[in-house]
Design a protein around this ligand. Sequence first.
Ligand SMILES: Cc1cc2nc3c(=O)[nH]c(=O)nc-3n(C[C@H](O)[C@H](O)[C@H](O)COP(=O)(O)OP(=O)(O)OC[C@H]3O[C@@H](n4cnc5c(N)ncnc54)[C@H](O)[C@@H]3O)c2cc1C
Length: 286
Amino acid sequence: MTDAPLHQTPTPTAPAGPPKGKRVQAVLQVESTTRISPRMLRVRLSGPGFAELNRNRHTDAYVKLLIADPATGLEPPYDLEALREERPADLPVRRTYTVRRWDDAQQALELDFVLHAEGGDAGIAAAWAAQAEPGDRIAMAGAGGGYTPAAESTRHLLIGDHAALPAIAAALESMPADAEGLALIHLDHEEDRQELARPAAVELRYVIGDREELLEAVTALEGWEPEDLQVFCHAERGLTKQLRRHLVRERGIAKELISVSAYWALGRIEDQFQAEKREAIGQIED
Ligand SMILES: Cc1cc2nc3c(=O)[nH]c(=O)nc-3n(C[C@H](O)[C@H](O)[C@H](O)COP(=O)(O)OP(=O)(O)OC[C@H]3O[C@@H](n4cnc5c(N)ncnc54)[C@H](O)[C@@H]3O)c2cc1C
């Protein structure tokens, strides 16, 4: 099992959490599930475990879920060290999800899962979400994160796919009313569009169809000077590499102004995708 480092950078206003850097397993309970589009399911989780999370103010804050195969009979929290030594085949898998919304008052958080394939082809996390019922318990670590729309940016450009929609939605909601920009989101299916709360001068544009059409849409953008911009670009790995290359090399946008990250990779389960971050194929920057 490999894992990306968690960027634990709570702001001074964040409530105190567990010691920085300590990998705590927070166990939360499913409170409810809501189908917000045909292929997007919201799972609301709550419970005392909420206090164990390193709450941060990044709009792309994410948690690492630990999901055990129900056939193992294991219940969270997991003794990962013992499992690694004694039952390595039963180790829970780790899957990464954006915190779509923190509800501090109710000690709850919401995660939006793309149901990216259904039935036997569904990923472990997507299948877990699809079957989740109130009362189910799940362990998680986090939160990490690294992007927050800067108040001083004159324009925001947000580019992503279905998996990045929750992070883009959280970013749009956090912007001041006078923010300007464009959110370009690729979806495979028209019916998965969501209307997202955002400032009046931030346009929301969906690109429906082949994944490559997102690159074409970004390439066709006019009137985006490389200065005074802040860019968020998170999507499937191969596409993210192409998008980054275009933004940096062809548009001349400074790397420091771009939050770029792959959220998943075609044909790879997350374990492999994370492991490949240490190899050439996993590098987004060239
Ligand atoms: C920081 C971060 C935040 C993320 N936030 C979210 C989020 O809020 N919501 C969300 O749904 N996802 C999010 N993701 C992506 C999610 O972690 C991956 O999609 C993950 O692989 C899903 O796990 P799984 O067990 O369902 O599928 P896996 O077992 O990992 O993969 C099974 C198969 O499905 C394919 N696959 C995986 N994800 C997708 C997808 N999105 N579309 C199409 N095919 C896919 C894989 O290539 C593989 O062939 C985020 C990823 C990162 C790194």
